[in-house]
Ligand binder design. Structure first.
Ligand SMILES: [Zn+2]
Length: 203
Protein backbone atom coordinates (compact mmCIF):
# COMPACT_ATOMS: atom_id res chain seq x y z
CA UNK A 1 0.00 0.00 0.00
CA UNK A 2 1.34 3.35 -0.97
CA UNK A 3 1.44 5.87 1.84
CA UNK A 4 1.39 9.53 1.03
CA UNK A 5 2.74 12.20 3.31
CA UNK A 6 0.28 15.00 3.71
CA UNK A 7 2.04 18.25 4.38
CA UNK A 8 -0.70 20.75 4.57
CA UNK A 9 -4.21 20.32 5.82
CA UNK A 10 -4.11 16.74 6.88
CA UNK A 11 -1.26 15.62 9.04
CA UNK A 12 -1.81 11.92 9.04
CA UNK A 13 -0.94 8.90 7.02
CA UNK A 14 -3.45 7.88 4.48
CA UNK A 15 -3.70 5.05 2.01
CA UNK A 16 -3.62 6.57 -1.43
CA UNK A 17 -5.17 5.14 -4.53
CA UNK A 18 -4.58 6.31 -8.07
CA UNK A 19 -6.38 9.59 -8.66
CA UNK A 20 -7.49 11.38 -11.75
CA UNK A 21 -6.68 15.05 -11.90
CA UNK A 22 -7.59 18.27 -13.62
CA UNK A 23 -4.65 20.45 -14.56
CA UNK A 24 -5.23 24.20 -14.36
CA UNK A 25 -3.88 26.20 -17.27
CA UNK A 26 -2.20 29.44 -16.25
CA UNK A 27 -2.30 31.93 -19.10
CA UNK A 28 -0.27 35.10 -19.24
CA UNK A 29 -1.44 37.79 -19.02
CA UNK A 30 -4.26 36.54 -16.80
CA UNK A 31 -7.90 37.13 -17.70
CA UNK A 32 -9.74 40.05 -16.12
CA UNK A 33 -11.66 38.86 -13.12
CA UNK A 34 -13.15 39.95 -9.82
CA UNK A 35 -12.76 38.13 -6.52
CA UNK A 36 -15.69 35.78 -6.08
CA UNK A 37 -16.57 36.38 -2.45
CA UNK A 38 -19.78 34.43 -2.38
CA UNK A 39 -20.41 30.82 -3.21
CA UNK A 40 -17.99 29.06 -5.47
CA UNK A 41 -19.55 27.16 -8.31
CA UNK A 42 -18.69 23.50 -8.18
CA UNK A 43 -18.12 23.35 -11.94
CA UNK A 44 -14.53 22.41 -12.66
CA UNK A 45 -14.08 25.07 -15.34
CA UNK A 46 -15.21 27.78 -12.91
CA UNK A 47 -12.89 26.49 -10.21
CA UNK A 48 -10.08 26.43 -12.76
CA UNK A 49 -10.68 30.08 -13.63
CA UNK A 50 -10.79 30.99 -9.94
CA UNK A 51 -7.49 29.22 -9.32
CA UNK A 52 -5.90 30.94 -12.30
CA UNK A 53 -7.12 34.32 -11.07
CA UNK A 54 -5.91 33.62 -7.54
CA UNK A 55 -2.37 32.71 -8.59
CA UNK A 56 -2.06 35.82 -10.74
CA UNK A 57 -3.56 37.99 -7.97
CA UNK A 58 -0.64 36.86 -5.82
CA UNK A 59 2.13 36.83 -8.41
CA UNK A 60 1.08 39.32 -11.09
CA UNK A 61 1.56 38.64 -14.79
CA UNK A 62 5.06 37.17 -14.53
CA UNK A 63 4.73 34.23 -12.17
CA UNK A 64 8.27 33.03 -12.83
CA UNK A 65 9.68 36.41 -11.81
CA UNK A 66 7.55 36.65 -8.66
CA UNK A 67 7.70 33.12 -7.31
CA UNK A 68 10.88 31.87 -8.97
CA UNK A 69 8.76 29.14 -10.52
CA UNK A 70 5.51 28.81 -12.44
CA UNK A 71 3.10 26.84 -10.26
CA UNK A 72 1.55 23.71 -11.70
CA UNK A 73 -1.86 23.42 -10.10
CA UNK A 74 -4.04 20.35 -10.33
CA UNK A 75 -7.32 19.36 -8.73
CA UNK A 76 -7.27 15.70 -7.79
CA UNK A 77 -10.31 13.49 -7.73
CA UNK A 78 -10.03 12.80 -4.00
CA UNK A 79 -12.98 13.17 -1.65
CA UNK A 80 -10.77 13.74 1.40
CA UNK A 81 -10.04 17.46 1.88
CA UNK A 82 -6.34 17.96 1.35
CA UNK A 83 -3.67 19.89 -0.51
CA UNK A 84 -0.01 19.26 -1.24
CA UNK A 85 3.07 21.14 -2.35
CA UNK A 86 5.33 18.85 -4.32
CA UNK A 87 8.75 19.87 -5.57
CA UNK A 88 9.59 21.62 -7.72
CA UNK A 89 6.40 23.55 -8.53
CA UNK A 90 3.35 21.35 -8.17
CA UNK A 91 0.30 22.12 -6.04
CA UNK A 92 -2.42 19.55 -5.64
CA UNK A 93 -5.82 20.48 -4.25
CA UNK A 94 -8.30 17.70 -3.69
CA UNK A 95 -11.86 17.93 -4.93
CA UNK A 96 -12.88 17.30 -1.32
CA UNK A 97 -11.08 20.44 -0.17
CA UNK A 98 -12.62 22.50 -2.96
CA UNK A 99 -16.02 21.30 -1.73
CA UNK A 100 -15.31 22.43 1.84
CA UNK A 101 -14.22 25.94 0.78
CA UNK A 102 -17.06 28.47 0.69
CA UNK A 103 -15.50 31.37 -1.20
CA UNK A 104 -12.62 32.32 -3.44
CA UNK A 105 -11.00 33.90 -0.36
CA UNK A 106 -10.82 30.50 1.30
CA UNK A 107 -9.63 28.80 -1.88
CA UNK A 108 -7.01 31.55 -2.16
CA UNK A 109 -5.77 30.68 1.34
CA UNK A 110 -5.39 27.03 0.33
CA UNK A 111 -3.33 28.01 -2.72
CA UNK A 112 -1.34 30.63 -0.78
CA UNK A 113 -0.41 28.09 1.90
CA UNK A 114 0.87 25.59 -0.67
CA UNK A 115 2.71 28.30 -2.62
CA UNK A 116 4.29 29.33 0.68
CA UNK A 117 5.64 25.80 1.19
CA UNK A 118 7.39 26.14 -2.19
CA UNK A 119 8.57 29.70 -1.50
CA UNK A 120 10.00 28.60 1.87
CA UNK A 121 11.61 25.62 0.13
CA UNK A 122 9.90 23.11 2.38
CA UNK A 123 9.17 21.05 -0.72
CA UNK A 124 12.87 21.15 -1.60
CA UNK A 125 13.79 19.90 1.87
CA UNK A 126 11.32 17.05 1.47
CA UNK A 127 10.99 16.50 -2.29
CA UNK A 128 9.81 12.93 -2.06
CA UNK A 129 6.42 13.68 -0.63
CA UNK A 130 5.06 10.34 -1.63
CA UNK A 131 6.41 7.43 0.39
CA UNK A 132 8.47 9.70 2.64
CA UNK A 133 8.58 9.37 6.39
CA UNK A 134 6.91 12.12 8.35
CA UNK A 135 9.26 14.68 9.87
CA UNK A 136 8.96 15.27 13.58
CA UNK A 137 5.53 16.68 14.47
CA UNK A 138 7.06 19.76 16.09
CA UNK A 139 9.02 20.58 12.94
CA UNK A 140 5.89 19.96 10.90
CA UNK A 141 3.88 22.50 12.88
CA UNK A 142 6.72 25.02 12.66
CA UNK A 143 6.53 24.66 8.88
CA UNK A 144 2.76 24.89 8.88
CA UNK A 145 2.78 28.10 10.91
CA UNK A 146 5.54 29.59 8.74
CA UNK A 147 3.59 28.73 5.58
CA UNK A 148 0.44 30.25 7.05
CA UNK A 149 2.36 33.44 7.87
CA UNK A 150 3.52 33.80 4.26
CA UNK A 151 0.05 32.85 3.04
CA UNK A 152 -1.53 35.70 5.00
CA UNK A 153 0.83 38.17 3.30
CA UNK A 154 -0.02 36.72 -0.12
CA UNK A 155 -3.73 37.02 0.66
CA UNK A 156 -3.37 40.62 1.74
CA UNK A 157 -1.26 41.52 -1.30
CA UNK A 158 -3.73 39.79 -3.62
CA UNK A 159 -6.79 41.56 -2.24
CA UNK A 160 -8.25 38.58 -0.38
CA UNK A 161 -9.74 38.54 3.11
CA UNK A 162 -7.27 36.80 5.45
CA UNK A 163 -9.90 36.41 8.18
CA UNK A 164 -11.54 33.67 6.12
CA UNK A 165 -8.42 31.51 6.71
CA UNK A 166 -9.12 30.62 10.37
CA UNK A 167 -12.77 30.02 9.49
CA UNK A 168 -11.74 27.49 6.85
CA UNK A 169 -9.25 25.81 9.19
CA UNK A 170 -11.89 25.45 11.89
CA UNK A 171 -14.43 24.09 9.39
CA UNK A 172 -11.84 21.58 8.18
CA UNK A 173 -11.10 20.58 11.77
CA UNK A 174 -14.81 19.92 12.35
CA UNK A 175 -14.99 17.98 9.09
CA UNK A 176 -12.02 15.80 10.03
CA UNK A 177 -13.39 15.26 13.51
CA UNK A 178 -16.49 13.78 11.94
CA UNK A 179 -14.78 11.54 9.39
CA UNK A 180 -11.50 10.67 11.20
CA UNK A 181 -12.19 11.23 14.89
CA UNK A 182 -9.09 9.33 16.07
CA UNK A 183 -6.61 11.35 14.02
CA UNK A 184 -4.53 14.28 15.27
CA UNK A 185 -5.54 16.35 12.26
CA UNK A 186 -8.36 18.32 13.94
CA UNK A 187 -6.00 19.38 16.74
CA UNK A 188 -3.36 20.47 14.23
CA UNK A 189 -5.90 22.41 12.19
CA UNK A 190 -7.22 24.18 15.29
CA UNK A 191 -3.64 25.05 16.32
CA UNK A 192 -3.14 26.58 12.88
CA UNK A 193 -6.40 28.53 13.15
CA UNK A 194 -5.34 29.91 16.55
CA UNK A 195 -1.90 30.83 15.21
CA UNK A 196 -3.41 32.59 12.18
CA UNK A 197 -5.75 34.57 14.43
CA UNK A 198 -2.85 35.61 16.64
CA UNK A 199 -0.83 36.75 13.62
CA UNK A 200 -3.80 38.76 12.36
CA UNK A 201 -4.38 40.29 15.79
CA UNK A 202 -0.73 41.37 16.17
CA UNK A 203 0.03 42.86 12.80
ZN1 LIG B 1 1.13 22.96 4.92
Amino acid sequence: MRVRRLLSFAILLLPCTALTEQKITLSSPPPAHQVNSTNLSSSSSTIGRELEFIVHAFGGDDLQAYFGFVPEIVITDDALPNAFAKAPNRIEVSEGLVQVTQSAHELAFVVAHELAHHMLEHSVAYPAFADAPLPQPTAMMTWEHAADGVALKLLQGGGFDPYTAPELLDRLANHYQRILPASATPRHLRARAAHVLSVLANR
